[in-house]
Design a protein around this ligand. Structure first.
Ligand code: CU
Length: 151
């Protein structure tokens, strides 16, 4: 038992290091949740700007969705509402995390179901760095984070 845990540990530790990079922009932990065909999915990931100039996420697209919008959550009284935004600012040296309850990418009009355990492509468009394709790992419906594996 102890031996097995020791073997697993290095694998788990290397996961966040798998950044996909384009110019000064590095993306880690891209994930989404299981969803049905014709429905709506949400994409989450962390974006680090390793450069010395500001950049912005200005758009996204996917072959598996009719349209992808950048959304944020705004609190109005006790209600949390989603609202499309034109861009997400990426300050130099900073990391912006798209996560449940905050910024996220809305995959509208799914052309195929998002099946837990699979990965789906998403292309991010940055003002300075250009385009970067990442693969969103599909987590269970209702997952709050990328590591929530259901076995
Ligand atoms: Cu949304």
């Amino acid at each position: 038992m102890r031996r097995r845990l020791l073997l697993l540990a290095p694998v788990l530790l290397t996961l966040p290091a798998h950044a996909q990079q384009q110019g000064d922009i590095a993306v880690t932990m891209p994930w989404t949740r299981a969803a049905g065909q014709n429905g709506t999915g949400a994409g989450f990931l962390a974006i680090a700007n390793r450069g010395s100039a500001a950049d912005r996420l200005v758009g996204a697209s996917s072959t598996i969705a009719r349209v992808v919008e950048i959304h944020t959550h705004l609190r109005e009284g006790d209600i949390l509402r989603m609202r499309p935004v034109a861009a997400i600012d990426l300050p130099p040296g900073g990391t912006v995390t798209l996560q449940p309850g905050g910024f996220h990418l809305m995959l509208i009009g799914l052309k195929e179901p998002l099946i837990q355990g699979q990965s789906v492509p998403l292309t991010l468009r940055f003002e300075r760095a250009g385009e970067l394709q990442v693969m969103l790992a599909v987590q269970p419906a209702g997952a709050r984070g990328p590591m929530a594996h259901a076995h």
